[in-house]
Structure formats: C-alpha cells, structure tokens
Write a protein that binds this ligand. Structure first.
Ligand SMILES: CCCCCCCCCCCCCCCC(=O)SCCNC(=O)CCNC(=O)[C@H](O)C(C)(C)COP(=O)(O)OP(=O)(O)OC[C@H]1O[C@@H](n2cnc3c(N)ncnc32)[C@H](O)[C@@H]1OP(=O)(O)O
Length: 218
C-alpha cells in the first residue's frame, strides 16, 4: 500500500518534499557563493553524493508524474520556477490580484549572469511562468509559442522582486499576455517587459503531447 494513500500521508510527503527543496536551495546558494578551502569542496562533494544515493534508488520514469503532485489540480512540486521541491526554483510565488497575476521572489547567486545581476534567460523563465499563470487564471490556459523580452535594466540579485502578468487579448485559440519584472521597492521602474503568445491545445494535440503522461494515473 502506498504511503500516501490517505490525505495525512500526502500532506506529510508534500511537506517533506518542500523541506528537501529548501535544503537543496540552501546548498546550491552555499555551493555557488563559497570560497571555502578546496579540501572542504571535495569533502562536501563526497558527503552530498552519499546523502543523495538513497533518493536515486526509487526514481520516476519520464512519463510518471510525482506521487505527491496533482496535475489536474495544479500541484507541481517540482516545477522549476514555482515548485517548493525543486532545487532549481527560486521559488517564485504567484497570487491573483483581480485580473493581474502578481509574483514575488529573490534571486540568489546561482541565477547570476552579469556580475551581481540575474541571467537574462532566468528573467525570461520567470516571465514565461508568470504569463502562463495569467492565461490559466483567466480561464485560457495554453502553451507558450512565442516569448519576446525587452531588457531595460539589469535585474539585481539578493533583492526582493515584484512580477506582474495579465492577459491582453484572446483570439480564438491564441492568447496574448504581457508581464513585467521590477524590484519590490520600486515597482514603477520596469526592469524587464515581456509579451507572450500562448496557444490553447486542440484535443488531438493534447493527446499527442501528454497522452503517455495522462494515461499513467494521477
Ligand atoms: C487561480 C489560479 C489558477 C491558475 C492556474 C494556472 C497555473 C498554470 C501555470 C502554468 C504556467 C506554465 C508556463 C510555462 C508554459 C510553457 O513553458 S509551455 C512549454 C514551451 N512551449 C512549447 O513547448 C510549445 C511547443 N509548440 C507546440 O507544441 C505547438 O506549437 C503547439 C502549441 C502544439 C501548437 O501547434 P501549432 O501547429 O504550432 O499551432 P496550430 O495549432 O496549427 O495553430 C494554432 C494557432 O496558433 C498560432 N500560432 C502558432 N505559433 C504562433 C506564434 N509563434 N506566434 C503567433 N501565433 C502562433 C497559429 O497561427 C494558429 O492561429 P489561428 O490560425 O488559430 O488563429
């Protein structure tokens, strides 16, 4: 019997996944910012490999969703942008404010591009998620087919950020959404703007792309 067949077990597993995610994000920050002696790097690498080995013993295949996720309910613990369980996610937190999606996060050293600022691809990743969320929130979910980003000023690391997104137009299956990144302290000064085009999938497209995943339960 699965250890998460009752709701209590599911909550406990989700909390554990987020706890592990927190630990991994701290590790990534420490490992990226460290100037510790070389011997300490080698010792840490050995310990980390040892700590991770049991996790690799039972791993999902490509088409298997995480047992703690709820795809249709929108729970994606390992989403690389918002997932509390993802070592890679800032994580970005998003909430709805009227017809606007509002996001917040702080980027650490691992997201650095130009010294002390975020990599441009990271800004695009955050905005893709924001725009996709705005589409879903408006009742028009879709997949990104185009994302245009305008980098007006660099995005600072270690600084609370405020992101916004909204749907600008819906033309049959094609949704246009726009979004911004600013600092939380000065939300009127836009650092990055994006316009995204999203397409609502036809049933046959959804079946072609996600059939192998949806056929596997959860
Ligand atoms: C309370 C809150 C709840 C909120 C809850 C939400 C939470 C949820 C958050 C999830 C947020 C995830 C945000 C990340 C989202 C990704 O990152 S998705 C991953 C990246 N994207 C992809 O991998 C998509 C790859 N592309 C494809 O697979 C195919 O293009 C698609 C999407 C299946 C569409 O197929 P297609 O053959 O290209 O397009 P087709 O169906 O022939 O055409 C449809 C229409 O799109 C148009 N189109 C196609 N490409 C373009 C383009 N580049 N530009 C303009 N128009 C285009 C066509 O002209 C056509 O228009 P119409 O003639 O219908 O007017």
């Amino acid at each position: 019997m699965s250890e998460i067949e009752n709701g209590q077990g599911l909550q406990a597993r989700r909390a554990a996944i987020t706890d592990l995610g927190d630990a991994l994000r701290l590790l990534i920050e420490q490992a990226t910012a460290t100037e510790a002696p070389t011997a300490d790097l080698l010792r840490a690498a050995a310990l980390i490999r040892q700590a991770g080995a049991p996790l690799g013993e039972r791993a999902r295949g490509r088409f298997e969703t995480a047992s703690a996720d709820d795809l249709l309910g929108g729970v994606r613990l390992y989403n690389p942008v918002t997932g509390g369980g993802s070592a890679f996610a800032p994580p970005l937190e998003i909430h709805r404010d009227g017809d606007v999606a509002v996001g917040s996060c702080t980027l650490g050293r691992a997201f650095e591009g130009p010294p002390s600022f975020a990599h441009g691809g990271v800004s695009a990743m955050l905005l893709d998620q924001m725009l996709g969320y705005a589409c879903g929130m408006s009742g028009h979910p879709g997949m990104t087919v185009q994302l245009d980003t305008a980098y007006r000023q660099p995005v600072p690391l270690y600084t609370p950020l405020r992101l916004t997104a909204r749907v600008a137009a819906v033309d049959r299956r094609v949704i246009t959404a726009t979004g911004t990144i600013a600092t939380a302290e000065d939300p009127a000064s836009i650092l990055v703007r994006a316009t995204g085009t999203f397409v609502a999938l036809l049933p046959e497209q959804a079946q072609r792309l996600f059939g192998p995943v949806m056929g596997r339960g959860r």
